[in-house]
Each structure stands twice: as C-alpha cells, then as structure tokens.
Design a protein around this ligand. Structure first.
Ligand code: GDP
Length: 362
C-alpha cells in the first residue's frame, strides 16, 4: 500500500485532519507535542465508479482501495538536531511515499501557535528547513563512505560522489531535493539515498470556515507552492471533523448547504493519489467488486501482483474490459457481445478504470 505522512508544526490542525480522515478517536488537544506516537490509519479512496459497477454486478460486497495516512507529530525548530521528538519523527517520515504538509491559515486566539504568530511562510520554512537539514546530514554521511571508494577510481562511486556533492550544494542553498534538476538516471540514483525532501509534497492549507476566499494566509501558501511546483489543497479541518461524524445522507445535505461538491477530505485523498502517480483498476465478480491501486504505467502482471504475488508470478493473461465499455454494455456479457472484451498479455499497460480478470497458474 501507499503511505502519506502528515507533517506540520504543532497546533496547525494535523490531528484534527487525521481524526477526520480515519474517524479514529485521538485527542486533538490544544498543546504542542500532544500526538506523541505516530498514528496511522487506512483511509478508503472515494470512487463513484464503484457504485455503478455494484449496480450492474450485484456483488456480495464492495471494497474500495485505500491509502494509509500517518500523523507524524513533534516537528519543531531544531528537530534535525534532536529537539522535540526530532529523530523519531525523521525515522517515521522516511518510511512514507508522499508528504502532506499542513499549514495553519486560520486565526484563533484560543489556539496557541508555537511561534506565537500566524505566519504561513515562516511555518513552511521552519518545517522545510528541518527536513532539508536532516537530508543534508544523511547525505554528508553517505558522501564520506563513497569518497573512500571513489579514491580507488571506481567509476560508479565517482558518479555517486558528484551527485551527492550537488545535493549538498542544493541543500546548503536551502532547497529541497525535489527541486533539483536531474536526469532520469540520476533520479534513480538519488532514490537509493533515501531522502525526505524528494518525496512528492502537497500543502494542506487549513483555513477557517470563511477562509477559503480573501485569505492572505492562503495566498501566501499558494505562492510558495507555485514556486516549488507543488499542489495546495485548501480545507477547513474543523469542518471536516464535523462532517466525518455524519452518515452518508446527512453528509450530502450538509455539503449541499455549504455549496461544496465533495468533502475536503476526499480532495486530500485524491490529491495524494495524483501526487503519487496512482490509478485504479477494478475486479468485478459476483462475490466481490473491488478497486485496486497501481502506479500509472504498471503492466498487467504488476497489477496482478497487487492482489497477490502468486498472481504476478503465475500470470498467463488478463481479460480486460474498459470501464466505459463495462458500463455502456451493462457488464461482462454485454461487453463481450459488443466485442469490447479483450485478452491481454504480459506487456499490456493497465489503464485507469480497467475491469480485469486475471488468468494465472499456481
Ligand atoms: P496539531 O498539533 O497540528 O495536531 O493540531 P490539532 O489538530 O490538535 O489542532 C490544534 C487546535 O486547533 C485544536 O484545538 C483544534 O480544534 C484547532 N483547529 C484545528 N483546525 C482548525 C480550524 O480549521 N479552525 C479553527 N478555528 N480551529 C482549528
């Protein structure tokens, strides 16, 4: 599965967001360091296509695909030097695939801000700088090791050394790894360095109910993100926490009253999905209709491997119907009659929404 880490300064609304995402009951209290353990929750990916498939197939159950969110607490100025929960935090964040960086864009005298002022630019800078410093330290260690090998004339080590030195320069200029211009081959190399700042990142601007428009804090976050080529998802976490308590019907009414098309949380989950270059394919049988997550560009055997590694190893063929065809021709037999049922081999690149049945040897 894919993991998205939620980071941000204390009291910006991380736990509120996390709780709404998972509907888990974790205290969101008005104190820095309140969430000490890294909390993780598996969140269903909303997908209206599942309802349409269900209506046609009438399965015993329907299962959405998921994304894991991890609430990573304890990041403050000096974390990379071990302040606060420094090192523990950094270890947790290294294990994630993407980062959701929550920035406080709401004013509230009753909620203490760690730096005693609402200043999104400064907040973002504090967090990003800690992450950059952590990467800098890690890269310097790796450079020491590589240097020894490079001295003996090893070509790979020399290349690595040069790359590490470029990264160090970039970090020392205060930039995250993701903004360094590198070739595809170099990016592959960089992956092995296990950095934090090359993870795809989105900014979650936590605004008040009336803070979606004419909000200078939100504008600030947008400007920062634009420079980095990052996404911004404006959301009112407090409102989302309330929405998360409602059942589906109440939720729809509530959203309609607010003039919102979907819950902000759904936008967060979707943004995470896009950030990671993910797509969905479906399996649709009478027992179960189910959505699965694969990387864009995954082959049929790789997609099969998401269900079970044996499916990938023993892959023979994939029976495929495009989602649109499946709906238009009212299911498998209709699609077959219309000539929209295909048998694909191991080189087939799975498309978003494909309805797939795998044939495999065990
Ligand atoms: P964390 O330390 O980043 O996890 O922050 P919390 O989620 O614990 O939130 C800190 C405080 O801010 C809590 O009292 C929340 O109720 C409050 N809070 C969170 N989001 C919002 C928001 O969008 N608007 C307002 N007014 N308060 C919020």
């Amino acid at each position: 599965g894919f993991k998205c880490g939620i980071v941000g300064l204390p009291n910006v609304g991380k736990s509120t967001l996390f709780n709404a995402l998972t509907k888990a009951e974790i205290d969101a209290e008005n104190f820095p360091f309140c969430t000490i353990e890294p909390n993780s929750g598996v969140v269903p990916m909303p997908d209206p296509r599942l309802d349409k498939l269900e209506a046609i197939v009438n399965p015993e159950r329907v299962l959405p695909t998921t994304m894991e969110f991890v609430d990573i607490a304890g990041l403050v100025k000096g974390a990379s030097k071990g302040e606060g929960l420094g090192n523990q935090f950094l270890a947790n964040i290294r294990e994630t695939d993407a980062i959701a960086h929550v920035v406080r864009c709401f004013e509230n005298e009753n909620v203490i801000h760690v730096e005693n002022k609402i200043d999104p630019a400064d907040d973002v800078e504090v967090i990003n700088m800690e992450l950059i410093l952590a990467d800098l330290e890690s890269v310097e260690k790796q450079l020491q090791k590589v240097q020894r090998v490079a001295k003996s004339g090893n070509k790979d080590a020399i290349k690595q050394k040069e790359l590490l030195e470029r990264l160090i320069q970039h970090f020392e200029n205060g930039n995250p790894a993701r903004t360094l211009e590198l070739s595809d081959d170099e990016w592959k190399e960089v992956k092995q360095f296990h950095l934090i700042t090359n993870k795809p990142t989105m900014y979650i601007a936590n605004v008040d109910e009336d803070g979606f428009e004419d909000n200078p804090h939100l504008d600030t976050v947008r400007a920062i993100a634009e420079k980095e080529g990052a996404v911004v998802v404006p959301i009112c976490n407090k409102l989302e926490a309330e929405i998360a308590e409602l059942d589906d019907e109440e939720k729809e009414e509530f959203l309609e009253d607010l003039g919102m098309e979907e819950a902000g949380l759904d936008r967060v989950i979707r943004a995470g999905y896009e950030l990671l270059g993910l797509q969905t394919y479906f399996t649709a049988g009478v027992k179960e209709v189910r959505a699965w997550t694969v990387k864009v560009g995954a082959t049929a055997p790789q997609a099969a491997g998401v269900i079970h590694t044996d499916f990938e190893k023993g892959f023979i063929r994939a029976e495929v119907i495009g989602y649109g065809d499946f709906i238009e021709y009212n299911g498998e037999s209709g699609a077959k009659e219309a000539g929209k049922w295909r048998l694909e081999g191991k080189d087939y690149i799975v498309k978003d929404g494909d309805v797939v049945h795998f044939r495999f040897n065990v």
